[in-house]
Write a protein that binds this ligand. Structure first.
Ligand code: SIN
Length: 286
């Protein structure tokens, strides 16, 4: 008798606190296998980042796999849409800034689209083409970052509210210009708590984003930037990190509600790094 896919799924932690690899599943079959979908969602909830190995997906199949985790979130810059499947975007080192420099999407720590009133709960990538070395994605566990703060700092930040915009004027990373029809959107401000509670686990996480946070309500900008920089330095301690080394065929999905992440452009520029990208709708941060 054939063994059900859900019984073949093997979930193996990739670090002591964050990340697991998932083996023995083909996402094309999981769509029609309720038990397998439940296992995948459990692995995601338990580990915050999962790497589902050895997948063979086209853009539409990747989209369908994304729906296992929730409704697909429309991304902000449609210039990165995959033509035959526009809600799937691509990440590629072939894109250039207007001045000709290579654009590495996702460089610099951040959490995705926090300038949205209802930011995506998760982001999912599929490695289509990878450089021979480098191009890892670093993840920071923001529950641990919060938990390890001194009590006095926790008290100080507990009720702080941060103003998020498309591109903070303090951000070291410059984002790609938005298309004209999206320009108004780039001026929009949204306010989110600096400490948010995970809707599934009830655990608190620091919710900061150096690319998007422009100010903190009721605080001078200089003081706000000093505090944000201190919190960032504290968070990115290696003890809070899981660093994902990509393998061809990896589908990686991570939880934006309790992680920051960043891409690395540390590979030869002539080697293509190309991934599909999707986001999953989330909830208002509280
Ligand atoms: C991202 O920030 O979504 C991209 C991460 C990566 O390319 O490693």
């Amino acid at each position: 008798m054939a063994i059900a896919q859900s019984e073949r799924i093997d979930v193996r932690p990739l670090s002591a606190h964050t990340g697991a690899e998932v083996l023995g599943i083909d996402l094309r079959d999981a769509l029609n296998d309720r038990a397998a979908r439940v296992e995948l969602k459990r692995a995601f909830a338990d580990h915050s980042v999962i790497a589902i190995r050895d997948q063979k997906l086209n853009a539409q199949q990747f989209y369908d796999a994304g729906e296992i985790f929730g409704e697909i979130f429309p991304q902000h810059n449609p210039r990165f849409s995959v033509p035959d499947c526009p809600l799937v975007h691509y990440i590629s080192n072939l894109d250039r800034y207007e001045d000709g420099r290579v654009y590495i999407p996702g460089e610099g720590y951040h959490t995705d689209h926090s300038n949205d009133a209802v930011p995506p709960k998760a982001t999912m990538l599929f490695a289509v083409k990878l450089p021979k070395t480098g191009g890892d994605t670093q993840f920071i566990n923001m529950h641990r970052a919060y938990d390890t703060l001194p009590v006095a700092v926790k008290r100080r930040i507990e009720d702080l509210q941060c103003v998020h915009v498309y591109q903070s004027k303090y951000s070291e990373r410059k984002l790609m210009t938005l298309a004209d029809e999206k320009k108004a959107f780039s001026l929009k401000q949204v306010i989110h708590p600096m400490v948010r509670t995970h809707p599934i686990t009830g655990k608190k996480a620091l919710y900061i984003n150096p690319i998007r946070i422009e100010s903190i309500l009721g605080m001078q900008n200089e003081d706000a930037q000093k505090l944000l920089n201190e919190l960032l330095e504290h968070s990115i301690d290696l003890s809070n990190e899981y660093r994902h080394k990509w393998r061809s065929g990896d589908v990686v999905i991570w939880d934006n509600r309790c992680l920051m992440h960043k891409a690395n452009g540390d590979y030869p520029v002539e080697e293509l790094r190309y991934l599909y990208r999707l986001m999953i709708k989330g909830e208002v941060p509280v």
